[in-house]
Design a protein around this ligand. Structure first.
Ligand code: KG4
Ligand code: ZN
Length: 371
């Protein structure tokens, strides 16, 4: 059973072919990072224009790499939202046209559900690599706490059913979300503030071991003792205040040397310390809130997905913190953590089995909710 996944919600044009819901035959991502780098963030108008140029070759590459023709497809799964409207519409309209021409069913997928499915997809890959038959259900993980943490989202869900059972409202329950910036957005903004480049997450992640995470006090905003919501604008503003006061000389040095080769490896030590303190504060906020949610919800596992799930200190902190209380934490590999279409096809598979198909009136929904 073959599903073609198509994803274009933000700045990556992606297509993937998935066999029987778990075997990734191809997973192609055409990144626009180079386009947006000079602006220090995603420019929506440029993103949609580049999706238009990339969508056909990306789908063709996915089919070629999977060694399958369009006529072999059983369904097309596409991201309906949330995301940028101009970006979403490119993937969605292409998927609709393809579904019409091929006469095969169309499946609408929520991008956040896709991120959550990247975790079982990774677990299936590990089983396949061991030569084992991948599981057909993931009940042993459930109920799970799923943290989706990316450039656009920071949300915490209780997941009661990944597979067939229950209505969507019963499968996912939102228990916490960011009140302001997403965690990845905070990484990107802090890197921009310090002239380090875009996207900020991978850069700050790499430089983290060079700094002292306890050097600069960056208080996190706590919403209330009872809330499981996140807030990152307080930490980001605390970095801004440091840059405007104690770090004025360093900031000027960074501005002047930002285009020098080897720039990242020759920063003043206080800057490494500031970056390490920032990353540590963000990861600690993510960990502490997820931990408090676990104390309330008694999950059997923690599933962390989205671009920020690539972060090495986050992986260590979660594994170590939840390891102490015996709750397993699962992450996707980096390629499945950031935006991709294999996760969209994976989330589409149970919908295919349930016969949950969309018709050609399907429209993009920039605020599509999962729960
Ligand atoms: O999931 P994703 O590709 O796109 C969205 O749906 O937003 O996530 C991109 C975000 C960016 O903000 C990027 O800075 C962040 O994920 N990111 C990281 C790392 N790799 C990517 N953040 C922290 N550490 C990383 N290693
Ligand atoms: Zn995403």
């Amino acid at each position: 059973m073959l599903i073609l996944g198509i994803e274009s919600s933000c700045d990556e044009t992606a297509a993937a072919v998935l066999e029987d819901g778990t075997r990734v035959l191809s997973n192609i991502v055409a990144s626009q990072i180079e386009v947006h780098r000079q602006y220090g963030g995603v420019v929506p108008e440029l993103a949609s224009r580049h999706h238009l140029e990339s969508i056909v070759p990306t789908v063709e590459s996915a089919l070629l790499e999977a060694n399958r023709g369009k006529q072999h497809l059983d369904a097309i799964a596409v991201t309906q939202g949330p995301g940028l409207v101009g970006s979403l519409l490119v993937g969605l309209n292409y998927a609709k046209a393809l579904s019409y021409v091929l006469g095969c069913p169309l499946i609408a997928v929520n991008h956040l559900e896709g991120h959550i499915f990247s975790v079982p997809l990774e677990l299936a890959r590990i089983e396949q690599d061991r030569g084992a038959q991948p599981r057909s259900d993931w009940d042993h993980l459930l109920p799970a706490l799923a943290l989706v943490v990316s450039g656009g989202h920071t949300s915490l869900y209780v997941v009661n059913g990944l597979w067939y059972r229950g209505k969507r409202q019963e499968r996912y329950r939102l228990v916490g979300r960011t009140r302001d910036d997403a965690a990845g957005e905070a990484f990107d903004k802090v890197a921009k503030l310090l002239f380090l480049g875009y996207p900020g997450g991978p850069i700050i992640d790499r430089l983290f071991p060079r700094g002292d995470p306890g050097a600069v006090s960056l208080p996190a905003t706590k919403i209330s003792d009872r809330s499981l919501d996140f807030s990152f604008s307080g930490i980001k503003t605390a970095v801004l205040r440091q840059v405007q006061s104690a770090f004025q000389a360093e900031s000027e040095f960074l501005r002047q040397h930002r285009n020098t080769p080897g720039f990242h490896d020759n920063l003043p030590q206080p800057v490494y310390d500031l970056l390490a303190s920032f990353q540590s504060a963000v990861v600690e906020t993510l960990f502490q809130t997820t931990f408090r949610a676990a104390e309330r919800e008694f999950p059997k596992s923690i599933l962390v997905s989205g671009g920020v799930a690539c972060n090495r200190w986050l992986r260590e902190r979660f594994s170590q913190g939840f390891g102490r209380v015996g709750i397993p934490v699962h992450f996707p590999s980096p390629l499945l953590s950031t935006d991709n279409a294999a996760m969209i096809a994976a989330a589409g598979y149970p919908k295919f089995l349930r016969g949950e198909f969309a018709d050609l009136t399907l429209n993009a929904d920039v605020n599509l909710k999962l729960a």
